[in-house]
Ligand binder design. Structure first.
Ligand code: EPZ
Length: 423
């Protein structure tokens, strides 16, 4: 198992580039199952989640070529030889559930493991299943699997109780080749939905309203192959910006999806950093002295839950008291216990955390509890006095590619150590 050894760092300087978005790439790769023709997807970084999903697509019979260097996937799902997802692979990532609608659309049957909960919450998929049933799927749960059948999805008017990103993506993939017209109300409006819709339209889908809460889809008989470049990762961009804000420096973040970062940029300005924002590029200057701020995570365009842990780290050394409210997931303060070990002053009560700024954190050994909390601990290690060792780095590798190299390139002191068996 690997660990990251992080030293007190800063100020950071130079340029760092953002890669393709994990949360846009995963549904786009699943959507390639909707056509027999070849799809070429670019800006797909080799996150472990991507590598596992490509294995799943191969196991279903798709021909999958992936060039990690070019970050390009070429997928031809001409023959789907299986409608049953491999449980051992599926349990590694929640997005494995996105193959359900495409398998039903193509093969009219599917057996897909229910995605387990994960550290941040139970994360049910009831809205996915309710919407698919409303569109004509017959669904039953057996031994932890979803067994579903559907002759052809029927267009329907669906209201989502919660603007779920995953449910919106799943139902969009069901609607594009359904019989008739589908409306999805209270749909999620995240940039990742807009990117999926853009790819589906290139395949021939007829979608209106992507990026709004009201999606209208006119089903077509079949979709064709397409070429698509995945959008840049707003969460990775926010992670780099937070690192510079925390330890100070003068950095240009390139290939940044500036238009998707409104809430983040506003919060950073409130904390006292200087920002020059252009399309595709953000220049940040910080002296590391931050003012306290409050955060309330909300569906897009509100403050993204995926950057809550990372911004909590900024709050631990900001002057004054910050209040962090997590409205989307019931257990997404897992970073707090680890930050307390580093000398932070955080009191959590349910979905609210009160953070008193301290002079500095001190390095120690910590464990990454989940993907984004792991990234938060990296930033905590950069600003802490002394050395911080972060175990369970595999969580971070699920959603960040070459994180340590990218941070090293702007002057951060950290490295990865592969732990040998006997250690
Ligand atoms: C996506 O998860 C992202 N993952 C998450 O990023 C992100 O945190 C989340 O959206 C919110 O933005 C991917 O895109 C692969 P949701 P998803 O369905 O689709 C409830 C990361 O770190 N809900 O919008 O699972 C659910 O419990 C990951 O990159 C239902 O009740 O999120 C939660 O409270 C973590 N029933 C809320 O909706 C359902 O059927 C938001 O979940 C579905 C969801």
């Amino acid at each position: 198992m690997a660990k990251l050894v992080v030293e007190h760092s800063g100020p950071l300087s130079g340029c760092v580039a953002v890669g393709g978005s994990k949360n846009a790439a995963l549904p786009v790769l699943c959507a390639c199952l909707l056509t027999e023709e070849t799809c070429t997807i670019r800006q797909v970084p080799p996150f472990t989640d991507v590598l596992v999903l490509l294995k799943i697509l191969r196991s279903l019979g798709a021909e999958v070529l992936y060039d990690a260097k070019k970050q390009m996937a070429v997928i031809t799902a001409k023959k789907l030889t299986s409608t049953r997802e491999d449980a051992a692979l599926a349990e590694k990532l929640r997005a494995s559930f996105f193959v359900l609608a495409p398998l039903l659309a193509r093969k009219h049957r599917a057996q897909v493991p229910l995605p387990g909960g994960c550290p941040i919450g139970t994360r049910p998929v009831d809205l996915h299943l309710k919407g698919l049933q409303q569109m004509g799927a017959k669904v039953k749960l057996e031994h932890g699997d979803v067994l579903a059948r559907c002759r052809r999805f029927q267009g329907s008017r669906i209201y989502l109780d919660v603007p779920s990103v995953g449910a919106t993506e799943q139902l969009l993939m069901a609607a594009v080749t359904a019989e008739g017209r589908t409306e999805i109300e209270n749909a999620a409006t995240e940039p990742e939905i807009v990117d999926l819709a853009a790819f589906l339209r290139k395949m021939g889908a007829q979608i209106q309203g992507a990026g709004t809460t009201h999606l209208v889809v006119t089903g077509v008989r079949q979709l064709g192959g397409a070429r698509h470049t995945v959008i840049s990762d707003r969460v990775e961009a926010g992670t780099f910006l937070a690192a510079v804000a925390a330890v100070g420096g003068d950095v240009t973040v390139q290939n940044a999806p500036s238009e998707h970062l409104g809430a983040i940029l506003a919060k950073l300005k409130e904390a006292g950093v200087q920002l020059t924002v252009e399309s595709g590029r953000i220049h940040i200057v910080s002296d590391g002295n931050l003012s306290s701020f409050d955060i309330k995570t909300m569906p897009y365009p509100g403050f993204p839950t995926d950057l809550q842990a990372i911004f909590m780290v900024l709050a631990t050394v900001a002057k004054g008291t910050s209040v962090v409210t997590e409205t989307l997931f019931e257990n997404r303060f897992l970073q707090a216990s680890q930050l307390l070990r580093m000398g932070a002053d955080i009191k959590t009560e349910g979905r609210m955390a009160v953070v008193e700024g301290v002079k500095s954190l001190t390095g120690t050994s910590v464990c990454a509890p989940d993907l984004r909390a792991g990234a938060a601990l990296v930033i905590a290690g950069l600003l802490a006095q002394g050395q911080t060792e972060i175990e369970d780095v595999y969580h971070i590798d699920r959603g960040y590619c070459h994180l340590e190299e990218k941070l090293q390139s702007i002057g951060a002191c950290l490295h990865r150590e592969e732990e040998t068996e006997e250690q």
